[in-house]
Unconditional design. Sequence first.
Length: 177
Amino acid sequence: MTDRQTITIRPGGPDDASTVLRLLDDATAWLVAHGRTGQWGTEPASTDPRRIAQAEAWATGGGLHLAEAGDAAVGALVVGAATAYVPPATEPELYVNLLVTDRAYAGHGIGARLLAYAAQLARARGLGLLRVDCYGGDDRALVRFYEGCGFTATDPFTVERPGRAPWPGQVLQRRLT
């Protein structure tokens, strides 16, 4: 059993791309098993060349942080610049590009802990705004998760995907004091 005190967060690096892909694959499998295929589809990230390249870029880009319980990575956070498909911020910000946790540790506050860490990073950089986007479809459970972590929903958006259904997204922000 783990708790908030036994979770450590460390910077990620080039050797951690496979860890990010494992976390994404496990989360995708969980979503599929629960009939929630709209967020990340049904195929593992580790078999998608675009997602593999994305994980490698995150691992080498300086914004990856891993939550660990002992020697096991149980969550990943990537922070940096906002993605092109969301409305731009009107002030300097830190953007959460990825938050994924190991479903075997659900209920242990790992996602909330990583978001609190992102807020610390933003404050350390003198930034007063933390933003994130997420899947805004189905029952909006993911939006509610972020709201429970102190974020406020701002801009809904849609990503058009040729040959597939559009992806409904939601931008959320958290003001930092």
